[in-house]
Design a protein around this ligand. Structure first.
Ligand code: TYD
Length: 209
């Protein structure tokens, strides 16, 4: 069994994770690295179905614990079906959102108990954490402004939350980054895309070296 690497991408809505990821992939591939890119919730058929249920804008009455458990169910299926086999093949697995999203959104954002969420994360991934986490940090007002300006982006149920929820999510991320300095690298995502991509690329290369 070869040892693959998990690199997760995290950040509040509007931080630009998806754009940064799209630009990072070819740079890593050009280095001859074998990369798999995927996302949560989703990434495999069963988890994509769960994603539709979670993010449906009509599901306004979804209980917060139900929401948490659905994210966890999607995480488990995605991990077993896609992430684990890729790791066993020695791949570098880039995941758009992973365990820290649950702590930031369902913990800090929704107010659910963070110790319970950590236990559920461990249950879903058999205790596997990312080797490195790129946290794209952005002030909530700016993040929401970017979302509003991006006409192509589908609006999901969590985007519709009020500013204070987004602010709590960001504070949750900042706290996590402080607690896990060895794993989580904070990048200022308020700058232009080129600068952010360059910094992320250097951080990843350094880690892989
Ligand atoms: P997505 O369209 O992927 O948003 P983004 O482009 O911002 O990543 O939608 C995912 C949403 O799900 C996003 O608002 C964050 C939220 N989320 C959680 O609340 N908990 C989680 O565990 C995960 C993985 C995502």
């Amino acid at each position: 069994m070869k040892n693959g690497v998990i690199i997760s991408f995290e950040g509040p809505d509007g931080a630009g994770k998806t754009s940064v990821l799209e630009r990072i992939i070819p740079l890593l591939q050009a280095q001859g690295l074998s990369v798999l890119v995927t996302r949560e919730p989703g990434g495999v058929a069963i988890a994509e179905r769960i994603r539709e249920v979670i993010l449906d804008v009509h599901h306004v009455n979804m209980d917060y614990k139900t929401e948490l458990l659905l994210y966890m169910a999607a995480r488990r299926q995605h991990y077993v079906e896609k992430v684990l086999p890729a790791l066993e093949n020695g791949k570098i697995v880039l995941i758009d959102r992973f365990i820290d999203s649950s702590i930031a959104y369902q913990g800090a954002g929704r107010g659910l108990d963070e110790a319970t969420i950590t236990q559920l994360n461990d249950f879903a991934t058999d205790g596997r954490k990312p080797d490195i986490t790129i946290y794209l940090d952005i002030e909530s007002e700016l993040g929401l402004q970017r979302i509003a300006q991006n006409a192509e982006r589908e609006v999901n149920r969590l985007d519709l939350e009020k500013l204070d929820m987004h602010q709590r999510v960001r504070q949750g991320y900042l706290r996590l980054a402080e607690q896990e300095k060895d794993r989580i690298v904070t990048i200022d995502a308020s700058r232009d895309l080129d600068s952010v991509v360059e910094e992320v690329y250097q951080v990843i290369l350094q880690h892989l070296a």
